[in-house]
Design a protein around this ligand. Structure first.
Ligand SMILES: C[S@@+](CC[C@H](N)C(=O)[O-])C[C@H]1O[C@@H](n2cnc3c(N)ncnc32)[C@H](O)[C@@H]1O
Length: 259
């Protein structure tokens, strides 16, 4: 079955994410977030010629991170429903010929034929989706047999403080005075500017939406159950571990060839 084109209307998108796009890049300088991107990059095991879907790509941080690391020739398609996030992603990644960004609503059938991608990655998006089981069915449909899924999402106890502490611990361990000084000064300037906006939006919007039952983060039991529900559709080799200073869960799974 091929999903029909997901037409995104203004109503579908969410002004909150458009607003967040103005501050979101501050996370790129947060060391535990960079570690999360590193874990994601490693879990993707990029091979020459593969197609990767980044579901909920935001401002293109993962694509930028990959471009800074050794990688074979691959094609990455980043999709998001926020025009503002996509505008930032396109601007940041304008020189990256292996990346394309498209507007797409993950709450709707996805506009791709079956078995379109070798890898599907989704970083910190699952909790914000309306019906994540429907989205997962769609992601599995467009993932090739043998393809890998990499998903990371915040836990219900998610809090900013452990991230900041982890950041400071990692900065303290940086080797070399000038590198360390650059990071310290960078941290201060980011915290004083876009970092504050980012923290306020997290505390006042994401936390409130979570408390109001609109967003649904997952603990280990929820995530295991969620992935197990999709086992019969052919998902296997599931591995879950903590990430992002213990504030996230990081899951990898494979779509079984016989599905
Ligand atoms: C916390 S950000 C994560 C962005 C990116 N993956 C990263 O780690 O930097 C969540 C992203 O999910 C996107 N998003 C939320 N609901 C969506 C939906 N229904 N369809 C497409 N994108 C969605 C938001 O616009 C936002 O860019």
């Amino acid at each position: 079955m091929e999903g029909h084109a997901s037409q995104v209307t203004e109503h579908d998108s969410d002004r909150f994410w458009d607003l967040y796009s103005r501050f979101y890049d501050s996370v790129y300088h947060l060391m535990p977030y960079r570690k999360l991107l590193w874990d994601t990059y490693q879990a993707l095991e990029l091979q020459p010629g593969i197609r990767v879907l980044d579901a909920g790509c935001g401002t293109g941080n993962l694509e930028l991170f990959i471009s800074e690391k050794p990688h074979p020739p691959v094609e990455i398609e980043g999709v998001d429903y926020s025009q503002a996030m996509l505008a930032r992603a396109r601007s940041k990644c304008r020189d990256l010929s292996f990346v394309e960004f498209k507007r797409c609503d993950l709450n709707r059938p996805l506009p791709y034929p079956d078995a379109s991608f070798d890898r599907i990655v989704s970083v910190n998006v699952l909790y914000a989706l309306e019906k994540r089981d429907d989205t997962m069915r769609e992601l599995l449909r467009i993932l090739k047999p043998g393809g890998r899924l990499v998903i990371t999402s915040p836990t219900p106890e998610f809090s900013i403080a452990p991230l900041l502490l982890d950041h400071m611990r990692r900065v303290r361990n940086i080797w070399g005075f000038s590198r360390k000084a650059r990071r310290v000064l960078g941290s201060i300037s980011i915290l004083a500017t876009s970092g504050v906006g980012s923290i306020i939006l997290n505390v006042f919007v994401i936390n409130r939406r979570e408390n109001a039952g609109r967003y649904h983060s997952l603990d280990l039991t929820d995530l295991e159950a969620f992935l197990a529900r999709h086992g019969p559709s052919g998902i296997g080799d599931v591995r879950i571990q903590p990430a992002l200073a213990q504030q996230n869960l990081f899951a990898t799974a494979t779509k079984m060839a016989a599905a």
